[in-house]
Design a protein around this ligand. Structure first.
Ligand code: NAD
Ligand code: DAU
Length: 359
């Protein structure tokens, strides 16, 4: 069995579904079910005995220790985190608690469990930490993409908290010999993506006839990777990655935000046309994100060369699948747009629109 943290969120749920579609090894899924955790993402596993779900907080070291001792997993794959940059700007505390203290508690529980394993099981054990390219900071237009040796320069409370967690993981390998693996991945998109993030927010707002908010000039660049490709990379690193190593994961798909939004509008114009006009008419420029990183880009040659992983989706194929998924799962979108979600929309966007109008 493997233990997955945060397996009810966007990437974690995709990972659990992919894992169980390809292997019979059971998954112990440990998730606190914050606003971002959604058991509907896992509804197809309802009667599947290979999936054990436990609601728990990774900050609760005793609870995690008890689960490790009871289920004896051969690996921990750690997704659980507060993941939204804008939320980290409005309120960083949860990010410090979960991303730093939570990762620390999880590492402590894992170290105690791993220390007590017999030799061969100790050697085979893995702690895979899922991290982000944002820890490397922001690139200029002509800078080379981030490699595994790029110096850390996080700019938001979110990326600073992820950077801190990466350092803790590194130290547990270096100091205690815990067999850790770290992946730093670029922006994901695909099914079950919570509609606070750019791509699902644009699809949901477009269809609801609402403004499509573009921060600043919309020329910030992200390197987009289809979530299924990220899951495949994590499986590959878990299987063949060298303990103590870091692997950058990315899609070689750099796009400016405004271009991504144009693609989405044009695709929706084709697949779900409005009565009149184009979805592009709903594009609205709003105040920029404070400290907004201009460009991210990943150099993924190490994982390609050493582990033979390559993305299988292009941006065109992945974004088409994504739009089709959202059109076919309107109920899912409606369900996650709960009371808490509406409060967030009011807090983030009303203020931005007012700021933009004042300039
Ligand atoms: P998400 O916000 O969709 O999901 C996070 C999950 O973690 C949720 O299910 C939530 O309930 C759970 N969680 C939060 N705090 C917890 C706690 N204290 N204890 C237990 N569970 C808790 O996030 P995501 O986009 O799926 O990201 C997953 C991981 O991948 C994160 O570590 C993130 O930093 C990293 N990452 C994300 C992206 C991306 O583009 N989304 C890219 C690179 C790396
Ligand atoms: O790079 C990996 C990171 O990608 C992950 O570590 C994070 O967990 C994940 O949330 C994502 O961070 P971003 O900040 O890049 O993603 P987000 O979808 O929030 O924003 C993408 C870009 O779009 C960013 O430049 C901000 C912009 N944006 C976002 C929103 C929500 C807008 O212009 N308008 C919006 O309404």
């Amino acid at each position: 069995m493997i233990l997955v943290t945060g397996g009810a969120g966007f990437i974690g749920a995709n990972f659990v579904l992919d894992w169980l579609a390809q292997s019979d090894e059971a998954v112990l899924n440990v998730d606190k079910l914050t606003y971002a955790g959604n058991l509907n993402n896992l509804s197809t596993l309802q009667d599947d005995r290979r999936h054990v779900f436990v609601r728990a907080d990774i900050c609760d070291q005793d609870a995690i220790a008890a689960l490790l001792n009871k289920y004896q997993p051969r690996a921990v794959v750690h997704f659980a985190a507060e993941s939204h940059v804008d939320r980290s700007i409005h309120g960083p505390r949860d990010f410090i608690n979960t991303n730093i203290n939570g990762t620390f508690s999880l590492l402590e529980a894992a170290r105690a469990y791993w220390s007590g394993l017999p030799d061969q099981k100790q050697r085979d054990f893995r702690f895979l930490h899922v991290s982000t390219d944002e820890v490397y900071g922001s690139l200029g237009a002509d800078d080379a993409p981030f490699t595994e040796t790029t110096a850390y320069a996080p700019n938001s409370p979110y990326s600073a908290s992820k950077a801190a967690s990466d350092h803790l993981v590194r130290s547990y390998h270096h100091t205690y010999g815990l067999p850790t693996l770290t992946t730093n991945c670029s922006n994901n998109y695909g099914p079950y993506h919570f509609p606070e993030k750019l791509i699902p927010l644009i699809i949901a707002n477009a269809r609801a006839g609402k403004p499509l908010p573009i921060y600043g000039d919309g020329q910030q660049v992200r390197d987009w990777l289809y979530v299924g490709d990220h899951c495949a990379a994590i499986r590959r690193v878990l299987e063949s990655g060298k303990p103590g190593e870091v692997y950058n994961v990315g899609g070689w798909n750099e796009k400016a935000n405004l271009d991504v939004v144009h693609v989405l509008c044009d695709m929706l114009d084709q697949m779900d046309p409005k009565q009149s006009g184009s979805y592009r008419d709903q594009i609205t420029f709003v105040a920029d994100r404070p400290g907004h990183d201009r460009r991210y880009a990943i150099d993924a040659r190490k994982i390609e060369r050493e582990l033979g992983w390559k993305p299988s989706e292009t941006f065109d194929s992945g974004i088409r699948k994504t739009v089709e998924w959202y059109l076919a799962h309107q109920e899912w979108v409606g369900d996650v747009q709960s009371g808490e979600y509406l409060k967030w929309v009011e807090k983030n966007y009303n203020q931005r629109t007012a700021e933009k109008e004042a300039t």
